[in-house]
Design a protein around this ligand. Sequence first.
Ligand SMILES: [Mn+2]
Length: 426
Amino acid sequence: MIEQRQISDYNKSAAKEHSRSLNFLSDVLEKRDIDVKKIVEKIKSFKIAIPSWALGTGGTRFGRFSIGGEPANLEEKIEDIALLNTLNQSSGLISLHIPWDIPGNIPSVLSLLKKHNLQVDSVNSNTFQDQPGQKHSYKFGSLCHTQKEVREQAIVHNEEVIEYGKKLKAKSLTVWLADGSNFPGQQHFRGAYERTSDSINKIYKKLPSDWSMLIEYKPYEPNFYSMVIPDWGTSYMLSKSAGDRAKVLVDLGHHLPNTNIEQIVARLMHFNMLGGFHFNGSMYGDDDLTTGAIKPYQLFLIFNELADALQDKKIKNPVPAWMIDASHNSKDPLEDLLQSVEAILIAYAQALVVERSSLVQKQNDNDVAGAQEVMQNAFRTDVRPLVREAFLQKGGCLSPIDIYRKEGVRARLIKQRGKSSMATGL
Ligand SMILES: [Mn+2]
């Protein structure tokens, strides 16, 4: 869709303005004793997985409106992700959903991935819907179900997802359960937990030795009285009982309003239990808005904890799997994903320009206002030239969304795939 030559031409036309802003920022940061080159290298090595379910417009409970030109199969989804990665060189990973994106022809999917230099990162199971022809229903739960045959079916599904993942060289299984109850008394809490834990332990045993299992929590929705895995504590307990390679996955939209997510992140990193991250933005709940669109300061504070822990030699937590999990209903999904990747990298860059030794000093001195000044000073620094420089050095475009618009990509996709093509998903 967009050739390397077009990217070079674009970058040439924007080069002067870019160097001017980068030089200005470099001066500011050098005065703060911050190594600009090191930060650009860190941004360059940050890779974000794009979910296969986010390439079409998402729906609401009330309707779904296709933007047109949506990918109709896995191959087209891979091509869309390749386009994003050509522009930002930071999103070469795919988070794959089964059964929405079952690879029909494995060798051809593998060669397409190779052609575009993409990798499948995590495979996601789905026991929150019934699939056509499925023997037992998940209406009253899956891994927690009171009936053994339903649990067995859900376990077998997860094992099948692992098998697909092995063929596609994935590295982790992500499990999110919709299991829960809508009314008090409906579900025996301890029994539901025990059955879930038992099912997860069985799935864990089928995990390849170099894989991790990511257990995602959510406080409410689709069940509104209780969820079997409502919080990080439950994810933590389930992971601990499954084994060393089971870890907690934090989805930004899966918290009650005003939850201090940055503190949860710090706690999990402290205990080497943060396995993965689902980025999205929200105002109220699991709103699936663009990352950083509503609460950029919170996103920065979360990244501050991540960056702090990642540079601390005492912390053994491996770098978590970074993934986007959002599928909005009113934007061009590709524009939404370009904006999300950029917002994530900007928050990361802001965290990297925190004057960390000064912050620690102020914390130790109980200098309340001083510590806050350090944080806000970093947040209010316009770090976008660092992110652009990372794109540029990796062969991407200085402004991915601008070139995407100027080259009329969506109109060309509509011409190619049709106005009413709809991607699989919710
Ligand atoms: Mn999620």
